[in-house]
Design a protein around this ligand. Structure first.
Ligand SMILES: Cc1cc2nc3c(=O)[nH]c(=O)nc-3n(C[C@H](O)[C@H](O)[C@H](O)COP(=O)(O)OP(=O)(O)OC[C@H]3O[C@@H](n4cnc5c(N)ncnc54)[C@H](O)[C@@H]3O)c2cc1C
Length: 394
């Protein structure tokens, strides 16, 4: 190998930080630029599944996932809105490996940053411009700094500044749903079972609960219809009384949980149509900047982790002169997989909102959904990325 490409990542969220870990594990030099002055303080629960945990283990983060996460097991279930059981939820891959964890987003960011050598992450750097030529890619920042690298990765989330340098800006698709989400300390719900992921599917609404932070907190999300198209935001405050009203008369367990809510955040649900392409020359996209998706399969963070491992596996086999072809190979590999998940998340959202009104059919589909999740969790992106890297060899 003549010379490995250098990589500059814009965005120190889950996707950008994991990609940095994966690139370092493959010996590829990397720097991360994050706009906020410090990493990751906002957010509630994210769900981490075996297809991503497999990759976290490969970069030595398996023990950290165990200690920060809350493993959910075989009692994970779908219920009707009144609390009657519908079906178990798949928590293992096809080999019976259970690696589904609830994780506080702030803990996830901390654990992803914890193994990076000092000097890799530059906070307080908001990317505002990009240019490239045949030899180099260049990012400019609002603070006046400039970064040059062989590859620039836009891992800068749903409002990506980098995406318009690849494709003309695309319109977010609003799905008429808003969610209220938040965290409750375990002491306030002493009888809540902390070993399971639970979802209640009801008419036009659904409610999700899983544990985070090794069982110290309960993460809840209530999804409901709305006409209000609010900005895609993770931090807009919501009114707990509205949330309680929306789920009045549901399973008493939900009503008990909602009594403990004194702070909640609203989150309007948007995604985008799958993009026709993610890369242009030396610039590529990763995570939500490439493929924002609805949360109904809990795959936003997990797919960004698959992206990072695919990119690192391919770039580790790439000479710096061959970067554009390598980025196209990465994009080809990821686009098809991610489009399936993006569209699958839309479909599953309609299902758990009982959109057709045929409840028997909904229940049958929820039971059958286990097979979809099993395949999703069994997929190993490294196998596919190695083949893609091999195919690039002259
Ligand atoms: C504050 C926040 C809270 C979230 N809370 C939840 C949650 O509770 N539950 C859930 O399921 N998902 C949550 N998400 C989304 C979830 O993290 C992502 O869907 C998923 O992890 C994919 O990660 P990503 O790295 O692509 O994007 P993100 O995790 O969104 O990370 C993008 C990063 O890029 C940075 N950035 C953006 N623009 C620039 C720029 N111009 N220059 C430099 N840096 C930039 C952002 O500050 C952020 O750190 C949250 C995201 C954010 C940013």
């Amino acid at each position: 190998m003549a010379s490995l490409p250098t990589v500059a990542i814009v965005g120190g969220g889950i996707g950008g930080l994991f990609a940095a870990n994966a690139l370092i594990a493959h010996g590829v030099p990397v720097t991360v630029y994050e706009q906020t002055p410090s990493l990751g303080e906002i957010g509630a629960g994210v769900f981490v599944t075996p297809n991503a945990v497999r990759q976290l283990e490969r970069v030595g983060l398996g023990p950290a996932v165990e200690s920060y996460g809350a493993r959910v097991g075989s009692h994970s279930s779908y219920y009707r809105h009144d609390g009657s059981f519908i079906a178990p939820v798949q928590v293992t891959d096809a080999n019976g490996w259970n690696a589904c964890f609830g994780m506080h987003r702030a803990d996830f960011v901390t654990l992803l940053a914890s193994k990076l050598p000092a000097g890799i992450v530059h906070t307080g750097h908001r990317a505002v411009g990009f240019e490239q030529n045949a030899d180099v890619a260049r990012v400019t920042f609002a603070n006046g700094a400039v970064a040059e690298a062989d590859v620039v990765v836009g891992a800068d989330g749903i409002h990506s500044e980098m995406r318009p340098f690849v494709f003309p800006p695309s319109k977010p698709v609003f799905h008429g749903t808003i969610s209220y989400r938040g965290l409750i300390p375990r002491e306030r719900l002493p009888n809540w079972p902390m070993d399971r992921w639970q979802m209640w599917a009801g008419p036009s609404r659904h409610f999700l609960v899983f544990p985070v932070r090794h069982g110290a907190m309960v993460n809840y999300v209530g999804f409901m219809p709305t006409d209000e198209e609010m900005k895609e935001s993770w931090s807009a405050p919501g009114d707990p009384a509205v949330l309680r009203r929306e789920f009045e008369g549901w399973d008493p367990r939900i009503e008990e949980l909602l009594k403990q809510v004194d702070k909640t955040f609203r989150w309007a649900l948007y995604d985008r149509e799958p993009l026709p392409g993610w890369s242009k020359g030396r610039l590529t996209l990763l995570g939500d900047s490439a493929h924002p998706m609805l949360p109904h399969l809990g795959q936003g963070a997990n797919q960004s982790i698959e992206d990072g491992m695919a990119l690192a596996t391919i770039l580790a086999q790439t000479d710096r002169s061959a970067v554009p072809a390598a980025l196209l190979a990465y994009e080809r590999l990821r686009r098809e997989r991610v489009a399936e998940v993006q569209l699958g998340a839309r479909k599953h959202g309609l299902r758990v909102d009982s959109a057709t009104g045929d409840l028997a059919q909904r229940d049958a589909e929820l039971a059958a959904h286990a097979e979809f999740r099993k395949a999703l969790y069994t997929y190993d992106v490294v196998t596919h990325a190695r083949a893609a890297a091999q195919a690039l060899k002259p």
